[in-house]
Design a protein around this ligand. Structure first.
Ligand SMILES: *Cc1c(COP(=O)(O)O)cnc(C)c1O
Length: 409
């Protein structure tokens, strides 16, 4: 008898049904007060999320994409600048760079962590830029553009190696903006500072997304910038609100990029559970590791360095026959995802940047082999056992097929 219980890749229904009354209360509160945009709910959430991230300021905005874009613009990055990031991110990272007016440039990632490889960042900077003695900034040899910033992405909920990146950024006068859109609550042990630091508290500023599927998700769209820089925070407050510090007095042209009061209220309710949810994700990750390494599973496990406390936005394994395993799990009603199937430098949208297959071999090979297994708070150990059983079964099947092929040739 086959087990046909559906195990979704992500379960957003169970999570919210537990909080239904409280969440409906937020909506009713907004109806009663008529406060839909801005107001105390937004301010309260901003204060709480800043505290959660160990930062002085948090500015709620309408999405993670806006958070990245506003952070770059407020840091003075735009036309004529280069911002360096990784090719294995969601396109929002590079959209924000382009839409600020700057040009995205990639460096390859570390094969074990999938995050920005600081050695490659350094080699890229040393090899392709010269110091402009007039301004003190570094310019690229081909186009003469100023390299102004770097966006490490804390991919899958695991922090990038921020000490190493910050050290390089200091040398080349780069502003570091963290893409923390997958890393709410993740921590990094900084040797420089001798303590654990929260994702979102390490760069000049950081961007968070509250897209429903993120570790902290709204019931709609939302995002935030965190920073310790008061001036930057003030600029972002203006950018999100049509460039006005006072209603109808526009110092600059800005955007409609605010966080809704209802979403802020919802996020406030959910923020109180985030630490426990992240703990559950870490537990599930531990369970996957144990189960997958106790059998011949045929998959490579994610690597968590000793200086990282990942929050497992995703649990990503590697497998040679990815399409086969994904199909097999699908037939067993187990949902999976691929984050992401095409690296950014090979996307049609970026054909104009002039990259080619082979430019970033680590990211390219990962894109062929990665598979995201079900991961969400509330995932049961019993479900994980069934998932791993199916993975093991697939490994056995492919092994025996490989033997048959070896014999018949
Ligand atoms: C989700 C995400 C974003 C964008 O966030 P939105 O809220 O969807 O705009 C940016 N970067 C990364 C790495 C993400 O995962």
């Amino acid at each position: 008898m086959t087990n046909t219980d559906n195990i979704p890749f992500l379960d957003l229904i169970a999570l919210h049904s537990e909080l239904e009354e409280e969440l409906v209360g937020v909506f009713k509160g907004a109806l009663r007060t008529g406060a839909f945009i801005g107001g105390p709910a937004v301010e309260k959430f901003e204060k709480d999320f800043a505290a959660f991230c160990d930062t002085k300021h948090c500015i709620g905005v309408s999405s993670g994409t806006d958070a990245l874009r506003f952070a770059l613009m407020a840091a003075g990055i735009g036309e004529g600048d280069i911002v360096i990031t990784v090719p294995n991110s969601f396109i929002a990272t590079t959209e924000a760079i382009s839409q600020s007016g700057a040009r995205p440039v990639f460096v390859d990632v570390d094969a074990a962590t999938y995050n920005m490889d600081a050695r490659r960042l350094l080699a890229h900077l040393e090899g392709n830029y010269y110091r402009d003695d007039n301004s003190g900034c570094w310019r690229d040899r081909k186009l003469g553009l100023r390299v102004a910033g770097v966006i490490p992405v804390h991919l899958y909920g695991q922090p990038a190696d921020m000490d190493a990146i910050q050290q390089i950024a200091d040398r080349f006068h780069l502003t570091v903006i963290e893409d923390a859109c997958q890393a709410h609550g993740a921590e990094y042990y900084s040797n420089r500072d001798g303590r654990w630091k929260k994702a979102g508290s390490m760069g000049k500023a950081a961007a968070f997304s509250f897209y429903p599927g993120k570790n902290l998700g709204a019931c709609g769209e939302g995002g935030a910038v965190t920073t310790n820089d008061a001036e930057l925070a003030q600029k972002i407050r203006m950018l999100r609100d049509h460039g006005q510090a006072k209603k109808y007095f526009h110092d600059v042209e800005g955007y409609n990029g605010r966080l809704d009061a209802i979403q802020a209220g919802i996020l406030k309710v959910k923020l109180d559970h985030l630490t426990a949810w992240n703990q559950q994700r870490r537990e599930s990750a531990r369970e996957y590791r144990e189960l997958l390494s106790s059998v011949d599973s045929g998959v490579g496990l994610p690597y968590e360095p000793s200086w990282a406390k990942a929050v497992y936005h995703l649990f990503v394994v590697r497998v040679a026959n990815r399409a086969g395993l994904q199909r097999h799990l699908g037939e067993e009603h187990i949902g999976t995802g691929i984050h992401y199937p095409v690296p950014l430098h090979l996307q049609k949208a970026y054909a104009g940047l002039g990259y080619e297959p082979g430019d970033f071999p680590v990211a390219e090979q990962a894109a062929e082999e990665i598979l995201s297994l079900p991961m969400y708070p509330g995932l049961k150990a019993e479900q994980q056992r069934r998932i791993v059983k199916c993975i093991h079964e697939f490994a056995r099947l492919t092994h025996s097929e490989a033997r048959v092929m070896a014999v018949s040739t």
